[in-house]
Design a protein around this ligand. Structure first.
Ligand code: PLP
Length: 446
């Protein structure tokens, strides 16, 4: 007999593409043989495990300060961590947010990383249109779709988002169907950095719609990678929170990318509002904010180590970005039309001239060793080195006007693999491109 599931349940039966990729990675990945440029893990050696161990001991040894840190926590989060995040912003000039700005701002810690805050937002807002940028963050937009939202993806520009396109689109749609704006400030997958002017314009557009409708249409700025912008020529990002005249901005951050994903610390900063308090209640409903011990450990890390650690992380990623982009130009130069990345985060987004990258392409088959040719794939039980990447098709909306592009783009993540593996990675991609080109020529009889 079958189950009767909710719409969300029915749409969740099949694993999402990223769900299967992560599952496959954790069960079949052969370290030192296969190359992971797909699953966006950070490099294990860059995780400050010694410092975290020290912070862990510190919290447990100071139980008069960190009370009940191995017990249940509160829904909004540990006060120690909330204060530490505020101090981290103020002392490091993050987003130009000052101590005074924090007088009217509140912080809540998610149950399980920024992902859980984004999920909570999707649960507390009415279903409708979500505006985002294309290429899109495929994980969250896929969640939103299953939860009943309609994704409207606006093309990316060198400024971040095509504001004119967005304005024109809004003129043609019923503004009562708009639910919220979801903008990643350093986009995943492209690492395109949104300018302060663009951020400001989005806030103004949302406020204008809010005034017309008589209630707030929120803007979620996801700043997962904003604290790791390493190109010094990039304008200093200002927090979207500073541009609002109505309380419509929610800034979502995470410690995953600058400290360690396993801490599962994500946070939201906003003015106090009904939406803010319903996010906190939602935390309560799924088992409170992140484990208290991890919040307190993170608070000590932020106070003691973040400055030097962040600098180290940025130097490391800047070096890796330059290395991999140089290899891409050297080995794939004839095949590529555009290479994005190298200023922030740990992704490079490649647009090929003609090579197809989607999951049924020859390029993909070569790198996953599913060509069914044993000379290329290797033997069962001894498959040749595989390389994982995220095909661009995952980052494009179903009805995208950029349909043709989606099949010849891909995202690679250089966070996980050590710098010494990057040349082998790009050489494998070069072989895959040559293989795909040969196959396509033989198909059309050249
Ligand atoms: C844009 C973006 N937002 C949020 C997250 C999730 O962060 P967390 O590990 O805190 O859940 C990621 C992780 O890859 C991301 O790329």
């Amino acid at each position: 007999m079958e189950y009767k599931l909710s719409d969300y349940g029915s749409l969740s039966i099949e694993q999402s593409p990223i769900g299967s990729m992560t599952a496959d990675f954790s069960t079949t990945f052969r370290k030192g043989i296969d190359i992971n440029l797909g699953v966006g893990y950070v490099n294990d050696d860059t995780i400050p495990s010694n410092e975290l161990r020290e912070c862990f001991s510190y919290v447990l040894q100071h139980s008069h300060i960190y009370k009940s840190s191995l017990n249940y926590g509160a829904a909004q989060g540990s006060n120690h961590l909330i204060h530490a995040i505020r101090d981290y912003y103020v002392t490091n000039g993050i987003g130009n947010v000052t101590q005074k700005d924090f007088d009217s701002l509140h912080i809540a810690i998610g149950a399980n990383g920024a992902t859980s805050i984004l999920d909570a937002i999707a649960d507390v807002l009415p279903k409708g249109i979500v505006f985002t940028v294309e290429p899109m963050y495929y994980i969250y937009t896929e969640t939103l779709r299953r939860k009943g939202y309609t994704i409207c993806a606006i093309p990316e520009t060198d400024e971040g988002i095509d504001i004119n396109y967005l304005k024109k689109y809004i003129e043609t749609c019923d503004i009562h169907t708009i639910s919220f704006f979801y903008i990643i400030t350093v986009n995943n997958p492209t690492t395109q950095i949104i300018t302060n002017t663009c951020k400001k314009e989005i806030v103004h557009i949302a406020e204008d719609i809010s005034r017309k409708r008589g209630h707030i249409v929120p803007v979620i700025f996801d700043k997962a990678y904003e604290d790791i912008i390493y190109d010094s020529s990039v304008e200093k990002p200002e927090s979207g929170l500073l541009f609002q005249s109505l309380p419509c901005v929610f800034e979502v951050g995470t410690l995953s990318k600058i400290i360690a994903p396993a801490l599962r610390i994500g946070y939201v900063i906003a003015q106090y509002s009904t939406m803010f308090s319903s996010i906190i209640q939602r935390n309560n409903d799924v088992g409170f904010s992140a484990p208290l011990i991890l919040q307190d450990v993170s608070s000590v890390f932020l106070q003691k180590y973040i400055k030097q650690h962040r600098e180290k992380v940025m130097v490391g990623y800047a070096q890796k970005a330059k290395t991999i982009i140089d290899y891409i130009h050297k080995y794939l130069g004839n095949f590529v039309e555009r290479v994005q990345g190298g200023k922030a985060g740990f992704y490079v987004y490649i647009t090929f001239k003609t090579i197809q990258t989607h999951s049924s392409s020859d390029f993909f088959a070569f790198l996953s060793h599913t060509t069914k040719n044993s000379v290329i794939d290797g033997e069962k039980g001894n498959v040749n080195p595989r390389l994982l990447y995220v095909p661009g098709e995952m980052c494009m909306n179903e009805h995208s006007e950029q349909q043709e592009l989606r099949y010849r783009q891909l995202r690679i993540s250089f966070g996980f693999e050590p710098i010494e593996e990057l040349e082998r990675a790009v050489l494998l991609m070069q072989q895959a491109a040559e293989y795909a080109q040969k196959k396509s020529r033989s198909r059309i009889g050249i």
